[in-house]
Design a protein around this ligand. Structure first.
Ligand SMILES: [Zn+2]
Ligand SMILES: [Zn+2]
Length: 145
């Protein structure tokens, strides 16, 4: 598998794992706040990269310990997001090794529909990688479209 395919696979796998930890409903059970032990009536969760932050109502205490957070949440992944990530992982598989693929001519932007790609760094995967351009492992020189 090419570096680019591995990079994309890692990003989508991270996103899938993050989906598995997300709750889309405010916490409504009668468990006490883990910080002050007072009764709560809700909890807002903010999902960021790499950690999540939960704020309890009404005491406004915040926690970001993943293990503590998981005690208060049911995983509720978004089926649309999961389907999107599954499709992208399948696309990565299809383009990971040597294959024939479509590419742009760098200058004319004409499409060459059957270019042989020996290593798997094709235009399709480069386009998929574009949204991750700020990631520390993104190779600007090699993968720019
Ligand atoms: Zn509290
Ligand atoms: Zn391809």
């Amino acid at each position: 598998m090419s570096d680019l395919a591995e990079f994309l696979r890692a990003r989508y796998t991270e996103q899938l794992e993050a989906q598995g930890r997300i709750s889309r409903d405010a916490y409504q059970a009668d468990a006490p706040c883990p910080v002050c032990q007072k009764p709560t009536w809700g909890m807002s969760v903010y999902v960021g990269d790499p950690s999540r932050l939960a704020k309890f109502e009404p005491c406004e205490h915040e926690i970001n310990d993943p293990e503590q957070l998981d005690q208060f949440q049911e995983p509720a992944p978004d089926p649309d997001v999961l389907a999107d990530l599954d499709a992208k992982l399948a696309i990565v598989d299809l383009h990971a090794g040597p294959h024939e693929c479509s590419s742009y001519d760098a200058i004319s932007r004409e499409i060459n529909a059957c270019q042989w790609v020996p290593g798997g760094d094709c235009t399709t995967l480069r386009l998929l990688a574009k949204p991750f351009g700020e990631h520390r492992d993104y190779k600007v020189e090699e993968w720019a479209v």
